[in-house]
Design a protein around this ligand. Structure first.
Ligand code: PMV
Length: 361
């Protein structure tokens, strides 16, 4: 999409060294993206809440490189320590961006990154980390070429670049909520980048919590990348993509009107369908654990007994997200403490909420 911009620095105008820092949050999908094609394009549109407490801080520093090699020159530090695996991943990502950003091979780059949540918490950090890096790259482009002074253009390009790193990361750029994937329900939506969905939210959803119950801190046994790929042979794939479109349309209605039971029904169906797709892949696999199921049962019982509007969703892993309005935070926290915490590894859970999106630090 941006391949023709060909941003190249003239060596007589070598820029002074500098840097940019962005804080970018994770997001939780309500309608899930599961299945892709081409260059990280989604098989169905998805919608997420942008989180607040789970974020990545990333600083990108640059210096003009004297040599004319076309290689990416990168030093990467994670929580101040060298991390070869992450460095290689980011190097590959930056190499992939060269058609869009040829100037990256003219610079020496240092990237320093750190998460607000413990590294081994079983929380995928790709959405927050890739979006933070994409935002830094857009700040760099704007600094060097003055091409992204329009905030809407800036966000669009950041979302596009984040998507190439990790699909779901493209939704972390926007405050409160985002839609990624072309759909007639959202004007301006695209498979190439996410768009903000704040305007579709009733006030109830702007004061909304997502407490993340960490059932297991271990890395998952099947990566999202492998999971997406297995959708290609899944016998239910086309019915699933159709269902996601319907869910998205109905969810937008529920978000607009503030209809919590309608919201909760779709969100819980989406979570269970995601895992049903894993169970019906070939080979099949399970990422939920017995404690995930215990939590789900207890949440449904609690809702039936108390009438409190608390719903669950799941990512591609065993951890359970509890979604509920700010008005019942005391009650739900008491319920977590008395009934749910015991199902978490080391009784650990993260208190998160729907937030205002990334900020430049
Ligand atoms: O962005 P990826 O490739 O890690 O895939 C994310 C998939 C889910 O988290 C399960 C759903 C989603 O839409 O975020």
């Amino acid at each position: 999409m941006y391949e023709n911009s060909k941003l190249i620095l003239e060596s007589e105008n070598a820029p002074d060294p500098g840097g940019f820092t962005w804080r970018s949050p994770s997001n939780i999908a309500l309608v899930k993206y599961w299945g892709k094609y081409g260059d990280q394009l989604p098989q169905n549109p998805s919608l997420s809440f942008t989180l607040a407490a789970s974020f990545t801080d990333t600083r990108l520093e640059f210096e003009f490189k004297e040599d004319t090699s076309t290689e990416i020159d990168l030093t990467f530090l994670f929580h101040q320590e060298p991390n070869e695996a992450f460095e290689n991943k980011i190097k590959k990502y930056l190499e992939r961006l060269l058609p869009v950003f040829p100037f990256l091979s003219q610079l020496s780059l240092t990237v320093q990154s750190g998460n607000s949540f413990p590294h081994s918490a079983g929380i995928a950090s790709s959405a927050s980390s890739m979006s933070a890096l994409a935002l830094c790259l857009c700040s760099l482009e704007d600094h060097l070429f003055g091409t992204l002074s329009d905030p809407a253009e800036f966000d669009k390009k950041a979302s596009f670049l984040a998507r190439l790193g990790s699909g779901s990361a493209c939704r972390s750029i926007f405050p409160y909520a985002s839609v990624w994937g072309t759909t007639g329900n959202v004007p301006g939506s695209s498979n190439e980048f996410g768009v903000g969905a704040e305007d579709y939210l009733h006030e109830t959803f702007k004061d909304f919590h997502d407490d993340i119950l960490i059932v297991s801190k271990s890395e998952k046994s099947v990566s999202s990348r492998a999971g997406h790929a297995l959708m290609e042979g899944n016998p239910y794939a086309s019915a699933r993509y159709e269902q996601a479109r319907k869910h998205l349309s109905h969810l937008i209605e529920a978000l607009r009107s503030g209809d919590l039971p309608a919201f909760g029904k779709i969100v819980e169906d989406e979570a269970l369908v995601l895992h049903a797709l894993m169970m019906s892949s070939n080979p099949s696999y399970l990422l939920m654990l017995p404690d995930s199921l215990e939590i789900i049962q207890k949440v449904r019982e609690y809702r039936a007994e108390t009438g409190h509007q608390v719903y669950f969703t799941l990512d591609a892993g065993p951890n359970v997200h509890l979604l509920y309005p700010g008005a019942i935070v005391q009650e739900v926290r008491a319920f977590i403490e008395s009934d749910l915490k015991e199902h978490c590894e080391d009784q650990y859970y993260i208190q998160d909420w729907v937030g205002e999106g990334p900020e430049e630090l």
